[in-house]
Design a protein around this ligand. Structure first.
Ligand code: DQA
Length: 153
């Protein structure tokens, strides 16, 4: 038996551009909860399950890609990602996720399928194990539930 405790299971939550404005940005579409509210609720659930949860928001594609690449080797078992507008444009984020071997859950706060045509295609969906759209910020909780359940928790 190792003298060291098992490392915690880790999940990474990535938020794409403009999601730092959650709570004040188009609240009729995205609601009034802030990104801190979302992240804190997720962390609470993860900690109860004995998981470490790390969150990152960036308005820059390369920063998100760097974080996905780092997740390949730092023990991260799953990524929850709302790529925001990069959902519909970024082959580079898709490629980075394709190089990650853990679970990927794609979350959209709004129901992108009821919105403009350009929002109805997602590059990330080609890789995602699950896609949640239209549940508001509860979608993030549903994604974490799915990850924990798949891990037997
Ligand atoms: C979004 C939907 C995207 O089309 C949009 O660009 C966003 C947020 C959502 O969570 O509903 O920024 O990903």
């Amino acid at each position: 038996m190792s003298a060291y405790p098992d490392p915690l299971n880790k999940v990474l939550v990535l938020h794409g551009p403009n999601l730092n404005l959650l709570g004040s940005r188009e609240p009729d579409i995205y609601g009034y909860e802030t990104l801190d509210d979302v992240n804190n609720a997720l962390r609470e659930k993860a900690v109860l399950a004995g998981w470490e949860l790390n969150c990152l928001q960036s308005n820059h594609e390369g920063v998100l890609i760097d974080a996905i690449q780092a997740a390949r080797t730092d023990g991260t078992r799953a990524i929850i990602i709302n790529p925001a507008a990069y959902t519909h444009t970024s082959v580079a984020i898709l490629d980075a996720l394709n190089a990650f071997t853990g679970k990927v859950m794609e979350v959209h706060i709004s129901n992108v399928h009821q919105r403009e045509t350009f929002r109805q295609h997602s590059y990330v969906s080609l890789r995602a194990n699950g896609v949640i759209a239209g549940l508001g910020t509860q979608g993030y909780q549903a994604a974490l539930d799915a990850i924990l359940r798949a891990a037997g928790q």
